[in-house]
Design a protein around this ligand. Structure first.
Ligand code: C5P
Length: 236
């Protein structure tokens, strides 16, 4: 998927951070034609969300499975093949070279794109040190982004604050997918490094992942429409 060719409406990925398939289906009904791309993470995936992912993909929606895979290469490859058969568009893996290599090889010939998570945004330098790393966060993010690009990974998940620096490292053929998006005036919740949709696009993000500002809004469809309008205006 070439980042430059994405329609503004398809750049909003709504995170279905909801406890059940019933709740997710009610939200999908409310959003109707407004939203074309949904993200399913641990919470919903482990509560029946994988058949829902397959159903969404069959109905013409795009699906991002945020499963953050990491295992021995053979296990990653077989898992990626199964996810590809669900019809998902994006799948996250942790940015370890063996894992990324196995995932990229296994997705060949399918419509699945592999996204690498470089360093989890909840980690700071002291967390990396405690986990046995010698590099600081920014050096490890840069190292892994370079490895991801050379291994043929299709995209990188990052904070919008890292988007501009990552764009310089990976060029314009790798998708940058950014959570941590907050329309002006909406609650940050537990996100610390946030940007408005317009600023994230201006920083080089290709796709914006938004959950609570849409799924917890009084009118989720109006919230999604407003974010898409802001994205379209920022793209110009
Ligand atoms: O509600 P909110 O818009 O903050 O949700 C952001 C979504 O993106 C959540 O599903 C969260 O798990 C995910 N995410 C994130 N930061 C990352 C990777 C994924 O917020 N680094």
């Amino acid at each position: 998927m070439q980042p430059a060719k994405i329609a503004p409406k398809d750049r909003l990925i709504v995170g279905l951070d909801l406890p059940s398939v019933t709740a997710a289906e009610a939200m999908i009904d409310k959003l109707g034609d407004s939203v074309t791309f949904y993200k399913i993470g641990y919470q919903l995936a482990y509560a029946g969300g994988l058949p829902l992912a397959k159903q969404l993909a069959s109905s013409g929606k795009k699906v991002f499975l945020d499963l953050k895979l990491h295992d021995i290469g053979n296990t990653v490859a077989r898992g990626v093949e199964s996810v590809a058969r669900l019809g998902a568009t994006f799948l996250t893996v942790h940015a370890y070279p063996q894992t990324m290599k196995a995932a990229v090889e296994a997705r060949a010939g399918s419509g699945l794109n592999i996204l690498a998570v470089t360093v989890l945004t909840s980690y700071d330098d002291s967390d990396l040190h405690a986990a046995g790393y010698r590099l600081n966060v920014s050096d490890l993010v840069a190292t892994r982004a370079r490895q991801a690009q050379s291994l043929g990974v299709d995209g990188i998940v990052s904070s919008p604050e890292e988007a501009a620096a990552l764009r310089k490292i990976v060029g314009d053929k790798v998708n940058l997918v950014t959570p941590g998006i907050r329309p002006a005036g909406s609650a940050a919740g537990d996100q610390k490094r946030i940007m408005t949709p317009a600023r994230a696009i201006a920083s080089g993000a290709d796709y914006l992942v938004v959950a609570r500002p849409v799924v917890e809004a009084a009118d989720p469809k109006a919230a999604a429409d407003a974010i898409q309008a802001e994205i379209a205006q920022a793209i110009g």
